[in-house]
Design a protein around this ligand. Structure first.
Ligand SMILES: O=C(O)CCC(=O)C(=O)O
Length: 250
């Protein structure tokens, strides 16, 4: 029987997506690479296109074209240093004892995620409850009904999340997650044209917000350590814990 927690990622919110992203770009695109064969080009930090970046987004977002960046702009955001080191410690203190009693799983039934353990949590201690209040205020429209339990996803250093599209059936317009313990790269690839991609640099202690089209018209994934590059720069992936909130469908 499927355990209740497994339903959160696999049944309620995630529809695994097996379209051939890999043949487009197996490793993170790099400025040093030629993308002519795969038809990829990159708009990133050093392209000298100041008009393509707003509010310092070049430090956390790059993509295959100015058009794809425009398409997701407004529906993706990464707020760096959203929590302090002390707040990160508070989450670890609450979460680690429970997580450490579980084993990382490497053979998920639907193959969407590899090397993970997870839990849900409804009640939080003071510091974490305060951070979650801040997260909700930053990420969700006022009054938007939220999925009660917060989803906690612990990826082993060798773990990764494959490209998938979130199901609209059980989750609303927005997903927002805190990244603890490690930087990572989240890649979005347009479902209808896999040459269109956007990479988000999720720095340790940042908050990401994904909304609307960015969730439903693009797949998202967390890159494995060996593929973890952002705008040509290596982003080592260590163990990473994501604390994820979602709203309910209207
Ligand atoms: O680990 C993360 O932050 C991403 C989780 C995810 O892909 C999802 O919940 O759909």
């Amino acid at each position: 029987m499927m355990r209740p927690v497994m339903r959160v990622l696999s049944e309620l919110c995630v529809k695994p997506h097996r379209v051939s992203y890999k043949c487009v770009c197996v490793s993170s695109p790099s400025r040093r690479q030629s993308h002519s064969e795969g038809g990829l080009s990159e708009v990133g930090i050093e392209d000298g296109l100041p008009g393509e970046h707003v509010d310092g987004e070049h430090s956390w977002m790059c993509g295959s074209s100015a058009a794809v960046l425009s398409a997701v702009r407004g529906n993706v955001q990464v707020l760096q240093n959203f929590i302090s080191e002390d707040e990160e410690m508070a989450f670890l203190k609450e979460l680690d004892p429970g997580l450490k009693r579980k084993r990382y799983e490497f053979d998920h039934w639907d193959d969407a995620i590899h090397g993970f353990r997870e839990t849900e949590r409804l009640q939080w201690g003071g510091v974490c409850a305060g951070v979650l209040e801040r997260l909700r205020a930053a990420a969700f429209p006022e009054g938007s009904p939220l999925l009660g339990p917060v989803h906690v996803l612990d990826l082993d250093k060798s773990g990764f999340i494959k490209p998938h599209v979130d199901s609209v059936k059980f989750c609303g317009s927005t997903i927002s997650g805190l990244s603890l313990l490690s930087d990572s790269v989240m890649r979005l690839v347009r479902e209808e044209n896999s040459a269109d991609w956007v990479d988000l640099l999720l720095t340790r202690r940042s908050l990401y917000i994904l909304k609307e089209e960015a969730r439903f018209k693009f797949t998202h994934e967390i890159l494995k350590d060996k593929d973890s590059f952002f705008s040509g720069q290596r982003i080592p992936r260590h163990r990473r814990i994501a604390v994820i909130c979602r709203n309910l469908p209207l």
